[in-house]
Design a binder for this molecule. Sequence first.
Ligand code: TPP
Length: 574
Amino acid sequence: MLIIEELSRLGVEYFCVAPGSRSSPLVIAVVQNKKIKSFVHFDERGLAFHAMGYAAATKKPAVLICTSGTAAANFLPAVIEASKKKLPLIVITADRPPELRQTGAVQTIDQVGLFGKYTQWATDMPCPDIKIDPQFVLTTIDQAWYQAVRNHGVVHINCMFRQPLTLAKTSDDLKTYLKPLSRWEKSQKPYTEYVTGFESVAIFPVPSKITRRLDAIKNGLIVVGKIAGADEAKLVLRLSEKLGWPIFADVSSGLRLGQNHPNLIHYFDHLLLSEKVLNKLSFDGVLHLGGRMTSTRYYDLVQKQDPAEYIMVLNHALRNDPNHQVSLRIEASVSNFIQTVIGLIKPRKASAALKALSKADQMADKTIESILSEDERVSEPRIARLVSQMIPEGQGLFLSNSMPIRDMGNYADPKGNVVLVNGNRGASGIDGIIASAAGYSKGLDKPVTLMIGDLAALHDLNSLSMLRDLPVPLIIVLLNNGGGAIFNFLPIAEFKEGFEKFWGTPHSYTLASAASMFELNYSQPMDSDHFKKVYAQALKSQTSTIIEVITNREENVKVHRTLSQRILDRFVSS
Ligand SMILES: Cc1ncc(C[n+]2csc(CCOP(=O)(O)OP(=O)(O)O)c2C)c(N)n1
């Protein structure tokens, strides 16, 4: 009771619970606490991804509760993803009492430190007992919450419980036990309140040192990964105007879709294939704002160009530098950084690289639009472009790993709407994607379109059971190419002997019966017009929908290569 009440006083509102017996005392308290929202799912793996998606949308910690044993172990993939994405999660696992540990007792595993280095902080709570100070319980929860929020990470509270697991204490016992907490009981406040932020007033003790280094860059490039949201995106655009530098914006940045600013090079991933474009680029400095880029070609480019200065601004302390090139790492929010430096840096005219890239980008846009709009087939690039053109302003777009996130980055129409883009790029797994998108939609309280491949969908099939009761519908655009299409793009595709069986992993399943089993709308459009019609219908429906687009892996590779080639041909002839 104390644990759940204290969490709710700390402002935690979403409690995700998986069924089990050992966790009963915690779950009883969840049921009896009228201030909080709860969510129940039978599979701890999907439940944990759901909680992580919720935290991604709300930026607030969600709580996970499960019973003892392998139930707890099933939280691990989402714990890893949350920890890599720096999202706050409070994981509470119920455990057996000490006398049952290492005795071969049923459903008993070693849960202490189960999530290892993926937790920011972890503790092992003793069994409830009147000899244990209630103040200890409260300050432990306050500390756990603060560790999760302050450090944007996962905390693990392993709670031992002894039988009986129901409400055993009489109300007199409870009164005596809670006596030292009389002030806490009368108030609605947490026991220990944490205040932070004083030191951040002086984030940049020497802003001039940073601006001097920025001013020294002659041909700069701004790259933007995941950032905080629309306000930060606006600041990035203002900064690029002042610096006159082009921007390569990752699809997760919020700057790729619905932003038609001339400094944005929407199709940079395509353009970096062109020798003609590459010959015009010579960056001596990169300003990398926010998280990682999806584009491998971007990382190849900077590795080759090896700019003297690589400044990275990110709101946590972890290294985010797979090429080992960062020369100045600034731990700050992107908005704090820009607001501090923007008035101090010298304004410049648009750089030669910006002019050349911007022209090339417009040409790429025209080429892609003309080729894709002629194409009535439901190719994956075409579907990505259509979704980017049709998805309504302010809704969520969740992109699965593998090709969906790349298709959207490469083919989204910049003239579409501004939407909230998310995905699991922490560890880039294809697990838990449906659950994460459902949690994201719950946290946003807005409709979300999920673009997902068939293997990722099959991996997380039972999370479809989360959709029927979602308050807002989830639209799943399922790109079913009968296996893992990404591998068809890799050199391993030449290994004919084993490619299909071991990488392509072909199958002939569709999700039609799964949709009916989980009571979802379903359609399988045959061409682009049909897709537009069913997507428009799905956007109006109150029920979640699966739109299954059947494509062909080898055909996909051809479409991508033809598009890239046609874009390149345009450059050569321009
Ligand atoms: C949990 C997990 N297992 C395996 C992988 C390796 N992997 C990366 S992409 C991929 C294929 C994904 O296929 P699908 O979801 O159908 O998308 P497509 O490649 O067709 O776009 C696999 C197996 C991974 N990233 N995560």
